[in-house]
Design a protein around this ligand. Structure first.
Ligand code: PMP
Ligand code: GLU
Length: 397
């Protein structure tokens, strides 16, 4: 331990990845675990994208790429942002990274000074608070529970702002709740932000295309804050490309330049082959995106129906992403034998051990009292998992 820096000692392990690892280990030991912990599309990457990667290998895209990414990919991303979101970014304002995860961390490390406050509506994805910690910033959590459909109000945002506020970090469609802010709801938050010109807005839009509302509004499209809004997106979710590791930030030029400087010192450009695949994703046919979204929507309906019948679970209807985030306080305090299920963490462990279903404790998303499960898996797995959970909950007294 003495060799490990305080910086890394203070970091928490990613609970989504840890739970997934635990479930893989159980599976390897012969237990039939259904893994609903990690969130990633279960579809294969579309064929035309894989073909582009194969061509890139044959065409010798084997050298270092420019640190912020190939110009052709950045142009394809700029075109996407213009076509789909009505945003105007030049390639110089876009930096491609190893997944949206690195893009987020790059931006936070490039803009947050020690002691700066970052407002994070919760429940929030596991890595946000840890990334802010890496930058020695201070996370200011603004909670929104199931009764407000997991969305913060303008009054809550206003109340969280102090002279030290550097950034608002917001995710819609949300991981872990699936909530999607409407244009009007975003406008109301923007009205608050318009009064505070020193606050950066970091908008994690990675689930943009897994959205069942029929419309998506990018935070970058509001004139009042456009010059200080940074968009995070990537190919992981929309194109079923989690393992390819391509994400990006689109940011004001000075921030993009800083991000590129940082990335140039610690990872260089992202994989050349994966970049060419991502370029094909953005420039090729888009029907695969809608098809996958339709499949997730069908599963959403299935899983909401089944989960709402589980005694002690309160479920909302997610409008995007592929997670369900039931409130489980109705189960807490019950016993299995002489063991008390006191917390949502105990419940997640109990479900793993007794029902052989891997979920994630809501506490990992700064929301104890909830659990998350991903429904990016087959109908058969979902039916079986919900039935196992129900049986396990029925065994509590
Ligand atoms: N933001 C959110 C909200 C996510 O769920 C994920 C996926 N783990 C990421 C960012 C990172 O995506 P990527 O796989 O592209 O790094
Ligand atoms: N988006 C996924 C999740 O939250 C990926 C795992 C991770 O990167 O944390 O489960």
């Amino acid at each position: 331990m003495e060799f490990i820096s305080k910086r890394v000692q203070s970091l928490a392990v990613s609970q989504t990845l840890a739970m997934s690892q635990k479930s893989s280990e159980l599976r390897a030991s012969g237990v039939d675990v259904i893994n609903l912990s990690v969130g990633e599309p279960d579809f294969n990457t579309p064929a035309h994208i894989k073909d582009a990667a194969k061509r890139a290998v044959d065409d010798n895209f084997s050298f270092y790429s420019p640190v912020p990414g190939y110009m052709s990919l950045r142009q394809a991303i700029a075109d996407k942002l213009s076509r789909e979101n009505g945003l105007s970014f030049t390639p110089a304002e876009i930096v491609v990274s190893n997944g949206a995860k690195q893009a987020l961390c790059n931006v936070i490390l490039s803009t947050v000074n020690p002691g700066d406050e970052v407002i994070i509506p919760t429940p929030a994805w596991v890595s946000y608070v840890e990334m802010v910690k890496l930058a020695e910033g201070k996370s200011v959590l603004v909670p929104a529970g199931i009764d407000s459909d997991f969305k913060i109000t303008p009054a809550q945002l206003e109340a969280a702002i102090t002279p030290r506020t550097r950034m608002l970090l917001i995710c819609s469609p949300s991981n872990p709740t699936g909530s999607v802010y409407t244009r009007d709801e975003l406008q109301a938050l923007v009205d608050v932000l318009a009064k505070h010109p020193d606050i950066l807005i970091l908008a994690d839009e990675i689930y943009e295309h897994i959205n069942y509302t029929g419309s998506f509004t990018s935070l970058g499209s509001f004139e009042a804050i456009a010059d200080r809004t940074i968009i995070i997106n990537g190919v992981s979710k929309a194109y079923a490309m989690t393992g390819w590791r391509i994400g990006y930030c689109a940011a004001p030029a000075a921030i993009a330049k800083a991000v590129s400087k940082l990335q140039g010192q610690y990872t260089s450009g992202a994989s050349s082959i994966a970049q060419k695949a991502a370029e094909a994703a953005y420039t090729g046919p888009q029907d695969c995106v809608a098809e996958m979204c339709a499949a997730f929507r069908r599963r959403r309906d299935l899983v909401v129906g089944l989960a709402s019948q589980i005694p002690g679970f309160r479920v909302n209807e997610p409008k995007g992403a592929f997670y369900l985030f039931p409130e489980v306080s109705g189960v807490l305090g019950k016993r299995f034998g002489d063991k008390v299920i006191a917390t949502s963490g105990d419940l997640a462990m109990y479900l793993l051990e007794q029902a052989h279903v891997a979920t994630v404790d809501g506490a990992a998303f700064c929301a104890p009292g909830y659990i998350r499960f991903s429904y990016a898996t087959s109908d058969e797995n979902l039916r079986e998992a919900m039935s196992r959970i129900r049986t396990a909950i029925d065994q509590l007294h």
